[in-house]
Design a protein around this ligand. Sequence first.
Ligand code: ZN
Length: 254
Amino acid sequence: MRVYSADGLILRTYRYGEADRIVVFLTEDRGKKRGVAKNATKSRRRFGAALEPLTRGRVAYVEREHRELVRLDRIEPTAMLLGRDSAQLADGAAVLGHAAYFAELLDEWSPDGMANERLFRLGAAVGGALGHVSSVSSLARYFEYWLLRLEGVYPAIDACPRCGRRVLSAGAVLVLADRAYVCRECAHGGPKLSADAMQFLHAAATRTPADVGGVSLAAGPRRELAHAHDRLIATHLEKELRSTRIVKELGPDS
Ligand SMILES: [Zn+2]
């Protein structure tokens, strides 16, 4: 038996028996963990409001040998999702909805028990900015960009990989089969990204979540980026899910 205290991000929770909850959380130093929060529905002293997705806090937990589930003793929130100034800046429902969306993506991309410090830091930075930015959708596109980039699957945004000559800052087309942005001359159809959308990606590459979340995009580039990211994420996750299903179909002996 070993006791740990870690900086953690709550990813999701679900009911376990009458009064307990299973809490899936991401730690900075030891990756994703699943723990039992005994009496979570009643014990506000130990867990309080700390079980909302993307809440950051100090997590005290106990690991036992040969058990996948850890025992959660306490979660003390260190950052609140909805800041004091959030009422004027962002819609509370949009903030909570996006917190759940970011947490779900972090959950999908985090293997159990494998530390990924950069992914943790991305989640913490975006969670910290979420309740304070004027454009939640800009922050969402920023998060998606970095999530895919940290996994090494975000397309290059500088030069067209087909001709190698033309830069993409004037506009690009997503070629899903290659997971690449190519210039318009080289593309034969596919989701288009305008110069404004490409400029946003360059800003995302070099700036902080709070900076990018303070910039509201026009409806056109906002839709283009949301669509391109949606396709990229679906392509990546579908591959993951399919491999999980195949592994299951092959059975335990494979
Ligand atoms: Zn080209």
